[in-house]
Design a binder for this molecule. Structure first.
Ligand code: IPM
Ligand code: MN
Length: 367
């Protein structure tokens, strides 16, 4: 198979984790007989530096023409006070919208080897395995009117939370279809005791559920969900929620996995003529400028995102399983970065990437 992949390393540790993830991608392709061709583009702070725009037109073209895009992270502290359209994050919001990737899948699971990396009690975390389906192209992130106006005591800021029925329906379908391949349970998260927006969300999700009688649906308020995630994480299978709630809950979920550096994500849009979905793949963590360029960052979120790409964009489930298996082996071997608090000396970013490649080679040789 031919895999045309666009790499957008972005800012901070995005650069080093994307480089390890691309190494793993090339390695899988070699081992399983695919041809990868990669191109590289600019997004975020680095794009502002080189072009003045966080999401240059050239990047848009590259992304629209690639089979799939692998992104590192965006964000640099020097832009903290920049106007909204000159901020790295605008680049990320821009590419998500341009590709129409409305469903952001964020698997959150515990790993036996990492139980002690989580501050939560082992028995609480052990066996937790959920996937957060975050709506990604609507809600407060994109709603208008938005902005800050006036001066002094008259100064005010406004953001708008909007969802239309079709926006809720399509992401809900995605969640129910995923649930069918898992433990057949969807938990929809909202704030319907206060927000009209959530009332529509709950009503539409319940209607969509009617088409999936084999999947159980429950609803939970977002504040309670935040508590249940750390009190009884094993009750969750597929967690379906809107954009901002999903952003917040997925960082919280990272505590179950031992470190946010572990979390991959897949952002999926419409189906293309080939039947494959448009896909943007990125680790959940940010650009972590404080440790950037030091070969310390955990590349496993980015490497997991490559596995997700193989699965969702290329339909290569077996190849994806090999990557997940290789990652698990590396975790068991204790070769992990500092964020996972290893007992011995922490491994570097590139050592972890190399270890995943070696484990993959061993698997391919024995297959
Ligand atoms: C994420 C990030 C982004 C988001 C930021 C960098 C804009 O936090 O992907 O979770 O809020 O979506
Ligand atoms: Mn986030």
């Amino acid at each position: 198979m031919k895999l045309n992949v666009l790499l957008l390393p972005g800012d901070g540790i995005g650069v080093e984790v994307t480089s390890e993830a691309a190494k793993v991608l090339r390695h899988v392709a070699d081992a399983f007989g695919h041809q990868v061709s990669t191109r590289e583009g600019l997004l975020g702070g680095v794009a502002i530096h080189k072009t003045g725009n966080p999401f240059p037109d050239e990047t848009r073209e590259l992304a629209l023409n690639a089979d799939a895009t692998l992104l590192g992270a965006v964000g640099l502290p020097e832009f903290d006070h920049a106007p909204p359209d000159k901020r790295p994050e605008r680049g990320l919001l821009g590419i998500r919208k341009a590709l129409g990737v409305y469903a952001n899948l964020r698997p959150v699971r515990s790993y036996r080897a990492l139980l002690d990396s989580s501050p939560l009690k082992n028995e609480l975390v052990d066996g937790a395995d959920m996937i957060i389906v975050r709506e990604l192209t609507g809600g407060l992130y994109y709603g208008t009117p938005r902005g800050i106006s006036g001066n002094g005591a008259e100064e005010r800021a406004v953001n708008t939370m909007t969802y239309t029925r079709p926006e809720i329906e399509r992401v809900a379908h995605m969640a129910f279809q995923l649930a069918r391949k898992r433990r057949k349970k969807v938990t929809s998260v909202d704030k319907s005791n206060v927000l009209e927006n959530s009332q529509l969300w709950r009503r539409v999700v319940s209607e969509v559920a009617g088409e999936y009688p084999d999947v159980a649906l429950d609803h939970i308020l977002v504040d309670n969900c935040a508590m249940q995630l750390v009190l009884s994480p094993k009750r969750f299978d597929v967690v379906l929620t809107e954009n901002l709630f999903g952003d917040i809950l997925s960082d919280e979920g990272a505590v179950l996995a031992g470190s946010i550096g572990m979390l991959p994500s897949a952002s999926l849009g419409a189906k293309k003529a080939s039947g494959a979905r448009i896909g943007l793949y990125e680790p959940v963590h940010g650009s972590a400028p404080d440790i950037a360029g030091q070969n310390k960052a955990n590349p496993l979120g980015a490497i997991g995102s490559v596995a997700a790409m193989l699965e969702y964009s290329f339909g290569l489930s077996e190849d994806a399983q090999s990557v997940y298996g290789a990652v698990e082996e590396v975790l068991n071997s204790g070769c992990v970065t500092a964020d996972l608090k290893p007992k011995g000396k922490p491994a570097t970013t590139s050592e972890v990437g190399d270890a995943v490649c070696e484990a993959l080679s061993a698997r391919a040789a024995s297959a």
